[in-house]
Design a protein around this ligand. Structure first.
Ligand code: FAD
Length: 375
């Protein structure tokens, strides 16, 4: 029986494992994840801004794999020996015939230990619970969100929504190293977002970065100092640690460069955010939808290689994307249309409701959203 190991039980890893178990019953499939749960990352900011329960966005992996011929091991993969075809966790080694890496990305602290030890992140259900309890402590008066990408913007607007409900109006600043927010996105999205942030009383400081953190003091480049400050760190991500040591081609973020079949070696595939898939000369956007489809396609191609069939290229179908903002004035291109306001907000949450695992979670989410959108 061929042994297949899948590293990561996020969107791409679960999609791959479930597809493998349906299409090739004779495989011995093992999924590894350092956590025991799937955290629905697109809803993390809404736990802060819309009062969605952190528990409803987190589902035990064992429950999601129940009834399937898939073994789950809740341990971190620390290294791989591709020559020996063996994967290592801190306590055991696991030989394999085929490998799918779907370990996503992790927060990049750019080697700054002080920031790593003091900053808050949006990396999982646990991290938003930490933010919520820190907010409840009342120790913070200034909120610095470092990173002006999708996550930073959504986080800043959710913080504002959190305080509006409590009739407090603290300073919230997005600090972005480059000259503008939202990197390479079209001008109309940046303009709409900037206007909306201004309307929500959120400052945007471009060409600036966090220089130092000392207790509750945050120092920005140029010497601007904020006391009683909470630092939320979202300026970028990088590949998992074990991927860093893999000898294969990676992009500057440490994501594994894959071919059109999502392969980086004849017996090894990589899917989701962990992979760097070339899409007309630029890496494919990191997104839940692409990750799910890539996981399934990597699984199909793995089965096809076992059967000696020609592999199928991955062709992303891009329906669009949305920058969700907590005052429901979101924006983004969907099916080629430039959407602004409530409609893209509703579409974003329709996608979340559709993709969120388990009926009881969907029900909690739907009732939380109804309260927050149509209050
Ligand atoms: C705040 C936020 C908001 C977002 N909003 C949206 C959105 O609105 N729409 C959208 O499409 N996308 C959104 N995304 C992006 C989307 O969540 C990702 O593209 C998607 O989660 C990638 O799926 P994945 O399976 O590749 O990785 P992940 O979902 O990150 O899963 C990777 C898994 O691998 C595990 N893992 C990592 N390293 C190891 C290891 N060494 N050993 C074992 N297990 C390991 C992790 O524990 C994790 O469970 C958002 C992301 C964030 C953080």
């Amino acid at each position: 029986m061929r042994k297949v190991v899948v590293v990561g039980a996020g969107f791409s890893g679960l999609s791959a494992a479930l597809r493998l178990s349906c299409s090739a019953r004779e495989l011995d499939i093992t999924v590894f994840d350092k956590k025991g749960s799937l955290d629905f990352l697109p809803l993390l900011p809404d736990v802060i801004g819309r009062g969605i329960s952190a528990d409803c966005i987190s589902s035990p992996v064992s429950a999601l794999l129940r009834g399937k011929k898939i073994k789950f091991i809740a341990e971190e993969v620390v290294s791989l020996d591709r020559g020996l075809r063996t994967l290592f966790t801190p306590s055991s080694s696991h030989p394999y015939d085929y490998l799918i890496i779907s370990s996503g990305t992790q927060v990049n602290f750019f080697g700054n230990r002080k920031i790593r030890d003091s900053a808050f992140t949006l990396s999982g259900a646990g991290s938003v619970k930490e933010i919520l309890s820190a907010l409840a402590s009342g120790n913070f008066r200034n909120f610095i969100v470092c990173g002006g990408g999708y996550t930073g913007i959504e986080a800043a607007t959710c913080l504002r929504a959190y305080f509006l409900k409590r009739h407090i109006n603290p300073k919230i600043i997005i600090v972005e190293r480059s000259a503008g927010i939202l990197g390479p996105l079209p001008g109309w999205i940046k303009e709409h977002t900037l206007r909306n942030l201004r309307r929500m009383g959120i400052d945007v400081l471009t060409g600036s970065t966090v220089e130092d953190v000392n207790g509750l003091k945050v120092v920005l480049s140029g010497g601007l100092v904020f006391d009683s400050a909470m630092l939320i760190w979202v300026p970028g991500v990088k590949g998992a640690d074990f991927v860093e040591n893999l000898e294969t081609k990676k992009n500057p973020q440490g994501r594994v460069v894959v071919d059109k079949f999502l392969r980086f070696a004849p017996d090894s595939f990589c899917a989701g955010d962990a992979s760097c898939f070339d899409c007309s000369g630029t890496p494919l956007r990191m997104s839940m939808q692409f990750s799910i489809y890539q996981g399934a396609r990597a699984a199909d191609n793995l089965v096809r290689s076992i059967k000696g069939l020609p592999l199928k290229g991955f062709r992303p179908v891009d329906l669009g994307y949305i920058i969700p903002m907590a005052n429901n004035n979101s924006c983004g291109p969907v099916l080629g249309l430039k959407l602004k306001g409530l409609l893209p907000t509703l579409l974003h949450f329709a996608m979340c409701l559709y993709r969120l695992p388990r009926l009881k979670n969907k029900f909690h989410l739907a009732s939380g959203l109804l309260r927050s959108i149509f209050r």
